[in-house]
Design a protein around this ligand. Structure first.
Ligand code: DAH
Length: 335
């Protein structure tokens, strides 16, 4: 037994001298100090030693165990330090390598402008409504004061799906839909959405475009309420606008109706640019919506989103909004 203890000590010391790295060290631990290692097997042998020798061998084995463990710990500290220092010298960060870049998307300019308009109106107590893009002739035209055969229908050349359904030509039918389901206590809504017309496609027209409809109905609504919101809208979207100008116009669903221009200073000259149509909701539209026009009045407006976005950002072709060319879209990043 004594001899075995001595051999183990000798072998351990020899093997420990060959330990170069942490991997060797782990092998050394497994070979000698683990549960199934050589030291444990010597300890089990103690059971079979003659009774009178047991105390002595036991003591010797304990000394050996302590010695090996201490030696192992020191070696471990030394090798860990070495490995850390090695990694400091070997693992270098090459700061000249190209960085990993991410492609972040950006909010589409049309959505950006819609959001701005929504912010203004929601801040003034309006709610946002939506309506179907596939609309019936009844809501799109009839309820908006455009019965079949009305000459103004031709202003809105349309995509009919069946005889009575079409892709909505404006967001105005949401006015009728809202009046139908809501009591005027009061109605204050805006409705952004897609609209469609069989227009000639050119730099400023597209068969699909977007509008934002606005509608306010209550007791005692007057033209000055409309003017207030038109001025708010213009200065909210165009920070350098000088004012709005109203021109008399015609829409079948408003009376009186106006065309609204924004006033700018461009190269030292005053310029007026048309941005939207508006007016006081016609008594007929109110009546068809279920309200007594003797008690209630309202105003409405409809603004082309592409139009104001083109003006705001100086975009010269409406197609840019729909081509999904990232070179165009990227310009609206992080504003
Ligand atoms: N619906 C009209 C169009 O598409 C725009 C419009 C004009 C809407 C006047 C309105 C309004 O609500 O009052 O040309």
């Amino acid at each position: 037994m004594k001899e075995k203890i001595e051999n183990l000590r000798k072998n351990y010391l020899e093997d420990s001298k060959n330990v170069v790295n942490l991997k060797d060290l782990e092998e050394l631990r497994i070979k000698y100090l683990s549960k199934s290692g050589l030291l444990s097997s010597l300890l089990t042998l103690l059971k079979d030693a003659p009774k009178e020798d047991k105390p002595l061998f036991g003591k010797e084995l304990n000394i050996l165990k302590a010695e090996l463990e201490q030696n192992y710990e020191l070696l471990k500290q030394e090798k860990e330090k070495e490995s850390f220092l090695n990694s400091l010298t070997n693992e270098k960060i090459d700061v000249t390598l190209p960085a990993t870049t991410f492609n972040f998307g950006s909010i589409h300019p049309l959505n950006r402008v819609i959001k701005e308009v929504e912010d203004l109106f929601v801040g003034n107590g309006f709610t946002i409504e939506t309506g179907p893009e596939l609309e019936t002739d009844y809501y799109n035209f009839e309820l908006m004061g455009l019965p079949k055969g009305h000459p103004a229908r031709s202003m809105q050349d349309s995509f009919y799906i069946t005889q009575n359904t079409l892709l909505r030509t404006h967001t105005s039918p949401v006015q009728a839909r809202t009046m139908e389901k809501q009591a005027p206590n009061p109605i204050k809504i805006i409705c952004p959405g897609k609209t469609y017309r069989r227009d000639n496609d050119d730099a400023t027209h597209s068969h699909q475009f977007m509008q934002i409809e606005g509608l306010v109905v209550d007791k005692g609504i007057t033209f000055s309420n409309l003017l207030y919101y038109l001025e708010q809208l213009a200065s909210h979207i165009f920070p350098n606008v000088l004012g709005v100008r109203l021109r008399p116009s015609y829409f079948p669903f408003t009376e009186p109706s106006v065309e609204v221009d924004v006033k700018f200073l461009r190269n030292g000259e005053i310029k007026y640019i048309e941005i939207l149509g508006a007016g006081m909701v016609s008594p007929e539209v109110l009546r068809k919506g279920g309200y007594d026009p003797k008690i209630y009045s309202g105003f409405a407006f409809g603004v082309g989103v592409e139009r104001i976005t083109m003006l705001k950002y100086g975009i010269d072709n409406i197609k840019n909004f729909y081509l999904n060319d990232t070179r165009f879209l990227k310009q609206f990043k992080g504003e």
